[in-house]
Design a protein around this ligand. Structure first.
Ligand SMILES: Cc1cc2nc3c(=O)[nH]c(=O)nc-3n(C[C@H](O)[C@H](O)[C@H](O)COP(=O)(O)OP(=O)(O)OC[C@H]3O[C@@H](n4cnc5c(N)ncnc54)[C@H](O)[C@@H]3O)c2cc1C
Length: 425
């Protein structure tokens, strides 16, 4: 028997595609190579599953720097507000946290995964787990089904590729979908890591003296070689044994990847950390000087403890050329001004990032000009649909990628069912 729709991949995009297709009355088969569905969804948002983000549509799109504008049509049919209503309709209460991030009230990703899988089952979608797909089959310029690694051939009128990116492969996302897109004639744009920790060979990184130090509410900037700011992001960051991570660093990472590529092999990219985004360099200079003046006999390294993260003080003083035991009476003017500059723009030379496999999200993917933004259908191969991270779309962490997965999944599933119904006659 030929299915109307076969969905390959049971992540958020594939599960939503199954739901939307089955709601249209299509016969749907979901195949996944893993033994469990929604594995990556289950570890997203620190295991609490950041299901979507409650921002207005334009803001949402701005937070999807990898081709977010492509999603306007898809959001018309199924937006972040529809995602929230969808889960509440399943009895999953959501709560809003900082920056519009939406989580289940249970704080457990399992609640979300179980609700999605439960809905897929309730709609009568057939499942095949532990069933890796080897190929999508094309016949006479149209999709005809899929071939499993076991050799079994499953026929269908439409196929939805929802195989995700290449990041965190133990969740099942190993990038299998790209080759099937290419076989259909699609371009796959260059893949690269995004939302990924940044590496640095700076002395304070190599010495590990800042490892584990978290900075709150800083601004991290990425600079080009001409000294022009490429991007800045506010938030928290953490020093690691290889460089920097945390939300601000992850958001900057894709710009670092691109700038490093432009710089060529062996090049580095300058980042700066502003420890006090709301103060000017002069404010900082005056404030630090006042602190020293208030306790003139104390060494500045101790005076500054109330203001700066303690472990950063020796590094800052060293970079400014100040002795740790200098006191107010003998503070040299120029290095003190330099110290204020460093507090406002602590430099980090980025030399790379962790790998695409270690990234949270894969940048690049199926070229969007070859995909219909309303239906997610291939413009090159009738009956072939794409959704989720396999597409050349990526957002910041904060629920944006999952939102993109749900909206493209919904549109792909619904359109695939409609196309199959039309083909059935
Ligand atoms: C640790 C972590 C935290 C994250 N946190 C956030 C966050 O807070 N906010 C956010 O927006 N995004 C977050 N993301 C990203 C988000 O989880 C992904 O963008 C999203 O899961 C992509 O959904 P998808 O449906 O496209 O693919 P995936 O979730 O990757 O699912 C793909 C599915 O396809 C299956 N598959 C692959 N190849 C085959 C094959 N050959 N045959 C059969 N099945 C196959 C896989 O087994 C898998 O089940 C996070 C990612 C990670 C790794």
């Amino acid at each position: 028997m030929a299915y109307d729709v076969i969905v390959i991949g049971g992540g958020p995009s594939g599960l939503m595609a199954c739901i939307a297709a089955a709601e249209q009355g299509a016969s749907v088969l979901l195949v996944d190579k893993g033994d469990k569905l929604g594995r990556k969804l289950g570890i997203s948002g620190g295991g609490r599953c950041n299901v979507t983000n409650n921002k207005e549509l334009d803001e949402l799109v701005k937070h999807i720097p990898g081709n977010g504008r492509f999603l306007y049509s898809a959001f018309n049919t199924f937006s972040n507000r529809d995602i929230i209503a969808f889960f509440e309709g399943l009895g999953i209460k959501l709560k809003e946290e900082d920056r519009g991030r939406m989580f289940p009230v249970s704080d457990r990703a399992k609640t979300v995964v179980d609700a999605l899988v439960g809905k897929v089952r309730a709609l009568g979608v057939e499942f095949k787990t532990n069933a890796p797909v080897a190929r999508v089959l094309y016949d006479g310029g149209h999709v005809s089904g899929v071939k499993l690694k076991s050799g079994a051939v499953l026929e269908s009128r439409c196929v939805v590729i929802a195989t995700g990116g290449k990041s965190v492969p133990h969740t099942g996302s190993t990038g299998d979908g790209y080759a099937w897109a290419e076989e259909a004639g699609h371009t796959v744009t260059e893949l690269y890591p995004t939302e990924v920790p940044i590496t640095s060979g700076d002395d304070f990184v190599r010495s590990r003296e800042l490892q584990g130090l978290s900075l709150r509410d800083i601004t991290l900037s990425v600079w080009n070689p001409k000294g022009k700011r490429i991007v800045e992001h506010e938030g928290d960051m953490i020093f690691t044994h290889f460089g920097v991570s945390g939300p601000a660093a992850l958001r900057c990472s894709q710009f670092v990847v691109k700038a490093l590529k432009a710089a060529g092999s062996g090049g580095t990219v300058r980042l700066t950390v502003d420890l006090f985004p709301d103060k000017s360099v002069e404010d900082v200079r005056v404030e630090t000087l006042r602190l020293a003046e208030a306790e003139p006999k104390k060494a500045v390294k101790n005076v500054l403890k109330g203001l700066l993260p303690e472990r950063m003080i020796p590094v800052l003083l060293r970079k400014a050329g100040l002795a740790e035991d200098v006191t107010f009476a003998n503070i040299p003017k120029q290095p003190w001004a330099e110290l204020a500059e460093l507090i406002k723009a602590f430099p980090i030379e980025a030399k790379g990032t962790l790998s695409i496999e270690e990234a949270f999200v894969t940048g690049g993917g199926v070229y969007l000009k070859e995909v219909d933004p309303k239906t997610m259908e291939s413009k090159l191969m009738p009956g072939l649909f794409f959704c989720g991270e396999v597409l050349d779309i990526h957002g910041y962490t904060g629920g944006y990628n999952i939102t993109a997965a749900f909206t493209t999944g919904y549109n792909a599933g619904k359109s695939a069912a409609e196309t199959a119904a039309w083909a059935r006659g």
